[in-house]
Design a protein around this ligand. Structure first.
Ligand SMILES: [Mg+2]
Length: 175
């Protein structure tokens, strides 16, 4: 039997920088996180509407030697905790530390996980009981939409001020 929190449900894949928090360039510490307006509310709306919420983020700063995977993981733990304080839940974070032109050898490579590759989305689709047909991605760059398309889900560009307003419109909920 599928446990209550592992039911087959649709998922929303959120880009991180520029969608959940403002894109300040290579953020890797809580001091650098400024939430996009409506970000926590948007996640809570998605939780309440029965969607899994996943964050998929390119973190080439690791390959470039600006910060480590520990920084990324610690920041995501902190972001999840901040969300939880507001009653919002991110079910999983996925990140890609690689870049073909990095400076840290272990991460200096092309990767299908790096958007516009679909790898991170496909991993999450495989690991969680996701209803793919109703799932979609929200990103602020073309590479996010391209990754979604390559993974076989819809992708939408977020270019507005408030993520909660965007999500409500996407779900057809009243503003
Ligand atoms: Mg972005």
């Amino acid at each position: 039997m599928v446990s209550e929190d592992r039911q087959i449900r649709p998922a929303v894949f959120l880009d991180r920088d520029g969608v959940v928090n403002r894109d300040v360039g290579y953020a890797h510490h809580p001091d650098q996180i400024v939430w996009v307006d409506g970000a926590m509310e948007a996640v809570k709306i998605l939780n309440d509407a029965g969607y899994y919420v996943f964050v998929v983020t390119n973190q080439s700063g690791v390959a470039r030697g600006y910060y480590t995977e520990d920084h990324v993981r610690d920041l995501h733990t902190w972001m999840g905790a901040q969300m939880a304080l507001h009653g919002a839940r991110i079910d999983a974070f996925a990140y890609c530390p690689d870049h073909p032109e990095g400076t840290v050898p272990a991460y200096t490579k092309a990767s299908d996980r790096r958007k516009p590759g679909p790898g991170m989305i496909l991993e999450l689709l495989a690991a969680w009981p996701v209803e793919k047909d109703r799932s979609f991605m929200i990103g602020d760059r073309d590479i996010d939409v391209e990754a979604a398309t390559a993974a076989g889900i819809a992708g939408y560009l977020f270019a507005e001020a408030n993520l909660a307003d965007f999500v409500r419109a996407r779900l057809g909920l009243p503003g």
